[in-house]
Design a protein around this ligand. Structure first.
Ligand SMILES: C[S@@+](CC[C@H](N)C(=O)[O-])C[C@H]1O[C@@H](n2cnc3c(N)ncnc32)[C@H](O)[C@@H]1O
Length: 300
């Protein structure tokens, strides 16, 4: 027997090829094409070798200690834990971000928002005040900070990251230190825009936007592993957005811009709510790569 707990796992040495065969058995609840990439990602981190190197040398042995750690990670995956939490890292626009159960795993949809923000700030001619509300891992503000780091016309920009969760802020600060961006961002604990005392040129946010009614339809792994306070906004899903827009009505500078991620069916509601607080503003919805409503864009 070569399956989980069988002969393969108990021998003194094991090759990469054998490791893949054994671990794939443990992951038999996953689609076949996902198993090897998952195992190789874990093996790559444990063995400190690229996936390409592991793939190119299938007969290389792994040590018993490596083998024990890889098996633990594969077991966690087999129990439903997302790969990013097993590895403790998730890339976001090319930045390696540390993630733990205290922060949402940054999503590709949010990269679209961050890219729009980067394009916008790069187009400005002088320093800006940028606020990321609900920063979580810090993904959005860190991507912006990195993009404008060496831009002399934006030197002196004030970047803020707010979160209601002290634990999330710890992770965001840790990521900022790792990326050597700590000096450029102020991390503040508080409710949405409340801790901000200066007019905001650019508001970026991926707030919680899932409604309590949607909970039964969410993927089980999302509910089991990701922080509820990062996901659930209230009974309908647009409650946090509504408060954020009300606050933005006071905080956004005269030519300020807001880029706010929304749920895939919230476009119409988001426009109505934004119109209530920005009656003369320019308001639109940008779609994600699947054609779903995804980003509320507003200009005062
Ligand atoms: C959907 S997550 C987004 C995290 C990160 N920005 C991202 O895109 O991956 C929402 C974040 O908002 C924070 N949050 C929820 N309610 C908040 C509030 N009233 N004020 C500030 N932050 C809040 C949560 O702790 C969580 O980190």
């Amino acid at each position: 027997m070569r399956g989980y707990g069988g002969e393969g796992w108990n021998r003194a040495t094991m090759t990469i090829k054998e490791l893949l065969a054994n671990a794939s058995v443990m992951l038999d609840s996953l689609p076949a094409e996902e198993r090897s990439p998952m195992v190789l990602s874990i093996a790559s981190q444990v063995c400190k070798k690229t996936i390409e190197t592991l793939y190119a040398h299938p007969n290389e042995p792994v040590t018993q200690e490596q083998w024990r750690r890889i098996r633990r990670g594969v077991r966690e995956i087999s129990q439903g834990k997302p790969l990013a939490y097993v590895l403790g890292v998730q890339p976001f626009l090319g930045l390696p971000l540390y993630v733990s159960k205290d922060v949402l795993i940054p999503r590709p949809e949010t990269e679209i928002l961050a890219e729009k923000a980067i394009t916008l700030v790069r187009g400005r001619a002088c320093p800006l005040t940028v606020v990321d509300v609900g920063t979580g891992s810090g993904c959005i503000i860190l991507a912006i900070a990195k993009a404008i780091k060496d831009d002399p016309k934006l030197a002196g920009s004030a970047l803020f990251a707010v979160d209601a969760s002290a634990r999330a802020l710890q992770i965001a600060r840790k990521n900022a230190r790792f990326l050597e961006l700590s000096e450029r961002i102020r991390f503040l604990k508080g409710n949405l825009l409340e801790p901000i005392t200066t007019p905001v040129d650019l508001l970026v946010s991926n707030p919680p936007y899932v409604g309590e009614r949607e909970i039964p339809f969410l993927p089980p792994a999302l509910l089991a592993y990701e922080p509820k306070e990062a996901l659930i906004a209230g009974p309908e899903g647009h409650e946090v957005l509504e408060v954020l827009l009300r606050q933005a009505g006071y905080h956004l500078a005269p030519d300020g811009v807001g880029l706010i991620e929304i749920g895939y069916r919230q476009g119409e509601t988001a426009i109505k709510l934004a119109r209530a607080h920005f009656p003369d503003g320019t308001i639109s919805i940008a779609k994600d790569l699947s054609g779903n409503d995804r980003i509320l864009e507003l200009r005062r």
